[in-house]
Design a protein around this ligand. Sequence first.
Ligand SMILES: NC(=O)C1=CN([C@@H]2O[C@H](COP(=O)(O)OP(=O)(O)OC[C@H]3O[C@@H](n4cnc5c(N)ncnc54)[C@H](O)[C@@H]3O)[C@@H](O)[C@H]2O)C=CC1
Ligand SMILES: O=CC(=O)O
Length: 326
Amino acid sequence: MERTAKPRVFVTRRLPEPAMAILHEHCAVSLWDNVETPIPRDELLRGVAMVEGLLCLITDRIDSEVVAAAPHLRAVSIMAVGYDNIDRAALAARGITLTNTPDVLTETTADLAWALLLAAARRVVEGQKMIERGEWGPWYPLQMVGQDIYGRVLGVVGAGRIGQAVLRRGRGFAMQLRYHNRRRNPTLEAEIGAEYRTLDDLLSESDVVVVTAPLTAETRGMFGAAQFARMKPTSIFVNVARGPLVREDDLVAALRAGRPWAAGLDVFEREPIGPDHPLLTVPNVVLTPHVGSATVTTRLRMATLAAENLVAVLYGRPTPHIVRHE
Ligand SMILES: NC(=O)C1=CN([C@@H]2O[C@H](COP(=O)(O)OP(=O)(O)OC[C@H]3O[C@@H](n4cnc5c(N)ncnc54)[C@H](O)[C@@H]3O)[C@@H](O)[C@H]2O)C=CC1
Ligand SMILES: O=CC(=O)O
């Protein structure tokens, strides 16, 4: 039986045990006790009614309706770095603190961006499918030829934590580094020699474009027909940020037209996608199911950090992971 003096919290999914243990030690915990399935909306609205803290995931829409249903809510902790599913204005209007889990997933997500770009450039998935279909015939000079990465131009859109980690990896491949960001970053330019470009110039100059900007009103639909038309016919487009930055219909049409040459995507306009998705009708794509941060170590660190953040805010302790509402 937990002491009622502990702050009450609601958790929208069963988290790995070390994170649940942190919450149980400091809070009176109720949860949507399911590992895989998102919480239904009515359960969420019921769940937040009596609590001071909410720990949620990217699959939960936390909006003014949720805030109105939670009169005691003081803290929201998301187990993710991106928080585009959360209405920050609605939280701010009630003085509710939002925290997220940056840094712990940076290198893991950058690795996945590189996995996608190499797999797309060298037709790794297409090659495996060819073998599975029994269509691998004798070697010939232009069999399954792809694009080189070593020594080419790497352009990152949104050069924050993950974008910079993607760029740093490019040095190991002797790539020429370009970035586009809201603001120029002199430290990045000095430390790894990345050169700033406007978005249009980055798109036309890069052999690989990797998107790592957050989803905001400004970035929604940032990549459409006009942007793809600027890319090289040999280029690779990679998105590990959020699906709605890209107009998917435009991307499918652009891939069919051969510009970009291939794409590697971890995120989609509406997730999850199924086998009938139009992107699966083009051969030159590599798709993963939003697994940027999905390693055992990183997901455990994200879960425990999300629990620690929630406890810190509820107990008035400092945490560096408060999301400021601009
Ligand atoms: N695929 C996955 O599983 C994962 C996806 N993500 C996504 O990656 C995003 C980035 O994460 P971090 O690097 O930690 O965030 P960050 O905040 O460190 O970096 C984002 C960068 O984008 C820039 N930016 C914002 N608006 C822009 C615009 N209109 N044009 C150009 N640049 C702009 C910012 O100035 C910042 O430098 C997250 O918001 C999330 O959506 C993050 C982790 C895992
Ligand atoms: O998409 C994942 C995140 O942490 O943001």
